[in-house]
Design a binder for this molecule. Structure first.
Ligand code: FAD
Length: 461
């Protein structure tokens, strides 16, 4: 058994762990041991379905010290007019380079891949090699950093919550690219972003919408991607912020908050006739929504119990199925439910959302706040966890936590300055465009109404 001392033991080398490690190494002289049971950094992106892309622009994804992509605005295709969005392959390559070219050359970071964190005993944290079983005990001088707490639940590693009879072809979206015979019909199961991506991909590949059946439980609210654009299009993101504050200042509860954002064009629903009950912070383009609306065979079923050769049993009724059908399981949660716990505790940091979405920005923010001299009480005041329960009804609570943290960070001189300059902040270019009346107008609105929004949301919780 080896023993290793370090300042920070970071478990999880996905987007969270990488963003934290990068920021802490840049802003302190700390040493970091980074551990992951996968063979290289990148987390869930290493197993993502091949047609996935970021749903936000690359311009503000990744780690603080290295750009991702080229900050190009796509000229054609489904993302036309928006900043480029990296594919899974680009993201995996990016994180490999961050490790090899940014972190390891500092001489202060060690990466233990194929290594499982098996908890802590009175000696230290037990790290077991998945290749030879050897054990390393890591003793963090400053903190253990759990960067697995909000880890993604992804289709390829997800076990569906329903049974599947032998001989039925039920596959994750990853396996769609390996089909060797066209099925009679695709049945897409799930209502979230993965299901939307899958339907859009099938339709773009030329599958007739009538050959797709879509089984959806609760529809999610989606954010119109127009409003998440940074840099030269930052006016759009500032409009989102202003609409968010405006809706928050008047909303009676989470449901009302979502409807107000829909009235302002920020939230979009898939089916105009069905009120979404879920929210996970995903974004879509209007083009994607229009595309999936062409699928008319939509079945509303909350819980599938079992998929058989000729029928599907659900909580409410049985649906017909066929032997030459391919079922695509898109029911993995993506961003799973997690209980809030303080981000900063003695000897421990738990990486969580501290803004509404944008996990890399959140993890880097936690890293920067950790690098300051503040005590844990102040650090936690700046980083209240924003919990995604998946329920639209909880939107007011989520928005309240997000806004409280944002206001506290902006008011702190060091953290506010770091945040404004950070490439992971979607509003980073705000002051470069402050001459634009739209940007200045949104900012003025935000400054004027944030207090009302906070007051109202506190009551609306
Ligand atoms: C398809 C998809 C698209 C998304 N798009 C965006 C987006 O555009 N913008 C955005 O902000 N968010 C997006 N998200 C949300 C996503 O959760 C984050 O972007 C981010 O990639 C999650 O990173 P993570 O490090 O928290 O989790 P993960 O990527 O899941 O990484 C966790 C890591 O911890 C490791 N691990 C777990 N337990 C242990 C253990 N005991 N020992 C050792 N290692 C362990 C795992 O192997 C894994 O590598 C998306 C999510 C999905 C599923």
């Amino acid at each position: 058994m080896r023993e290793v001392e370090t300042d920070y033991l970071v478990v999880g080398a996905g987007a969270s762990g990488m963003a934290f490690a990068d920021t802490i190494v840049t802003n302190t002289d700390a040493e970091v041991v980074l551990v992951d049971r996968r063979h290289r950094p990148g987390g869930h992106w290493l197993d993502a379905y091949p047609f996935v892309r970021l749903h936000q622009p690359s311009a503000y994804y990744g780690v603080e010290s290295r750009p991702l992509g080229y900050d190009r605005i796509d000229e054609d295709g489904p993302n036309a007019g928006f900043y480029e969005r990296a594919s899974a392959a680009e993201i995996c390559d990016y994180y490999a380079r961050v490790l090899d070219e940014n972190l390891l050359p500092t001489g202060r970071v060690r990466f233990l891949g194929m290594s499982d964190h098996r908890g802590e005993n009175d000696v230290g944290h037990r790290i077991v090699s998945l290749l030879d079983g050897s054990e390393t005990v890591v003793k963090p001088r400053r903190r253990f950093v759990d960067a697995t707490y909000v880890q993604s639940e992804i289709p390829s590693r997800h076990v569906p919550g329903f049974g599947v009879d032998e001989g039925v072809r039920c596959i994750p979206p990853n396996d769609l690219v390996d089909l060797d015979e066209p099925p009679e019909r695709f049945t897409v199961v799930g209502a979230g972003k993965t299901a939307i991506d899958t339907c859009v991909w099938l339709l773009e590949a030329g599958v007739d919408p009538d050959h797709i059946r879509w089984i959806r439980g609760r529809d999610p609210w989606q954010i119109d991607r127009t409003f998440t654009q940074p840099l030269d299009l930052v006016a759009s993101y500032m409009r989102l912020q202003a609409h968010w504050i405006g809706a928050a200042a008047g909303a009676a509860d989470g449901t009302d908050f979502a409807r107000r954002l829909e009235d302002r064009g920020v939230f979009v629903r898939i089916d105009p006739a069905v009120e979404p009950l879920a929210f996970r912070g995903a974004t879509v383009s209007r083009g994607e929504i229009d595309a999936v609306r062409a699928i008319e065979h939509v079945v509303r079923a909350r819980r599938i119990r079992r998929i058989g050769q000729t029928s599907i049993s659900t909580e409410s009724s049985d649906l017909p199925g066929g032997p030459n059908e391919v079922y695509v399981d898109c029911t993995a949660a993506g961003v799973p439910r997690a209980l809030a716990r303080p981000v900063f505790e003695p000897g421990r940091i738990t990486i969580q959302y501290v803004a509404v979405g944008f996990l890399p920005w959140c993890a880097a923010t936690i890293g920067f706040v950790e690098s300051t001299e503040m005590d844990d009480e102040d650090k936690n005041r700046l980083c209240p966890p924003v919990v995604f329960t998946g329920d639209a009804a909880d939107l007011a609570r989520l928005a309240y936590a997000g806004l409280r943290g944002q206001v506290a960070r902006v008011r702190d001189e060091a953290v506010g300055a770091w945040n404004q300059a950070s490439r992971l902040n979607p509003a980073q270019a705000l002051f470069d465009h402050i001459e634009e009346s739209d940007v200045a107008g949104s900012l003025a609105f935000i400054v004027e109404h944030t207090r009302d929004a906070l007051k109202n949301l506190e009551g609306a919780r």
